[in-house]
Ligand binder design. Structure first.
Ligand code: SF4
Ligand code: SF4
Length: 139
């Protein structure tokens, strides 16, 4: 999803007026921010920002990798023995591999549904194993 680079944002509020779902607001800092839960990924804020302060999601990859590594480092601190630490690191690799597979399968389903998006996504959900398609994979 888009995000606001505060160093580029002037706080003009144009994006807030254009956002169709009220997902943007000016924070106490005086800069715009996006509520990730409300944003529908329409891209209007990116189009209208005169400062180009609304940035593409891909620019945050290094930051998100750093966040993941900080999380791994924090959990790693609970394991003192080298063997425990090694086992933990293997579990983390399995966890991120699972996330990768979830993302790959989701992308495949979206691509397969391109011709008739709503029906295609509904069909892809129906095709999932019944006991596993009732909830979100986001934790
Ligand atoms: S339109 Fe751009 S500069 Fe103006 S508040 Fe929104 S993000 Fe900041
Ligand atoms: S992408 Fe669309 S929904 Fe999300 S914050 Fe920007 S204008 Fe609002």
């Amino acid at each position: 999803m888009p995000w606001v680079n505060h160093e580029m944002c002037s706080g003009c509020g144009i994006c807030i007026q254009e956002c169709p779902v009220g997902a943007m607001s000016i924070e106490d800092s005086g800069y715009a921010d996006i509520d990730e839960n409300d944003c529908i990924r329409c891209g209007k804020c990116h189009e209208v920002c005169p400062q180009e302060a609304v940035r593409h999601d891909g620019e945050r990859i290094p930051q998100e990798v750093a966040d993941n590594l900080r999380w791994v480092r924090k959990l790693l601190g609970h394991f003192r023995e080298p063997a425990e630490q090694a086992a933990f690191m293997q579990r983390m690799i399995r966890f991120f591999n699972k996330q990768k597979k979830v993302n790959e399968k989701t992308i495949d389903a979206i691509k397969a549904a391109e011709d008739d998006s709503v029906k295609g996504i509904d069909a892809a959900i129906r095709d999932l194993p019944a006991e596993r398609n009732t909830g979100s994979s986001k934790g």
